[in-house]
Design a protein around this ligand. Structure first.
Ligand code: IPE
Ligand code: IPE
Ligand code: MG
Length: 224
């Protein structure tokens, strides 16, 4: 049976969930944040999963209306501040990938503070992808190696990335079957699972079913 150490999720469908209910897209993002809490708690208490990487804001998401971008930034800051007890209670360490540079000083401060407070938690590492794009990550890594005058090999490039750990299982919600610039390098041999469920409707019960499906797959990694 396949081991599941690193799970990654493209949390998609918040806007459509809200639209179906005649609500503003922001309501979908709010409900989505609650699902982040439920899924993180489930993963922290799962016997195998050590890392959960969540796609929250892409390098392309800046194209959205200013109002939506601002709302997402505020929601994130609020989540990081309000959920501290959830992180501590479930022994979850918080980390990020992506370029944090463009974020506001107060959001950067909230990110730094939660990382510091949760750094010794051992049950699960939750990595949130913020202003993350795999192409941007790879370019930053290559530039870093060039600057340090290091040779570019699979190992040196891997280690220069924001995320040096391969993904075992990648799930995307909302029915879209694409990667949208998420973890291009790290999904080289990941198993992919696409569900039609919109992220605000996603539950730990469905996650458990997907994990059971993953367990039964045959991962060959190019061998026979
Ligand atoms: C995912 O939901 C959340 C973010 C990308 C921030 P969307 O906002 O993309 O929802 P849809 O795809 O429009 O339904
Ligand atoms: C991918 O979703 C990014 C996140 C979930 C953060 P998008 O909704 O931005 O992706 P596209 O535009 O449908 O490919
Ligand atoms: Mg979307």
């Amino acid at each position: 049976m396949n081991e599941l150490k690193h799970l990654a999720i493209i949390m998609d469908g918040n806007g459509r969930w809200a639209k179906q209910r005649g609500l503003s897209r922001t309501k979908g993002h709010e409900k989505g944040a609650e699902v982040v809490r439920e899924i993180t708690t489930y993963c922290a208490n799962h016997p195998e999963i050590k890392t959960l990487t969540l796609y929250a804001f892409s390098t392309e998401n800046w194209k959205r209306p200013k109002m939506e971008v601002n709302f997402l930034m505020k929601l994130l800051e609020r989540y990081l501040k309000n959920e501290e007890t959830t992180y501590m209670k479930n022994e979850v360490k918080f980390e990020t990938i992506g370029n944090l540079e463009p974020f506001s000083p107060s959001l950067k401060k909230a990110i730094k503070s939660l990382k510091e407070k949760t750094k010794n938690n051992k049950k699960l590492t939750q990595i949130i992808a913020l202003n993350y794009g795999a192409q941007d990550e790879i370019v930053r890594a290559v530039n870093k190696l060039c600057k340090e005058k290091k040779e570019i090999t699979i190992d040196t490039l891997n280690d220069a990335l924001d995320m040096p750990y391969p993904i075992d299982l990648l799930i995307r919600t909302s029915g879209e079957q694409r990667i949208s610039n998420f973890l291009l390098w790290q999904i080289a041999y990941a198993e992919l699972f696409f569900t039609k469920t919109l992220w605000p409707d996603f539950t730990s019960t469905e996650l458990e079913q997907i994990i059971q499906n993953y367990k039964k797959r045959e991962r060959r990694f190019g061998g026979i």
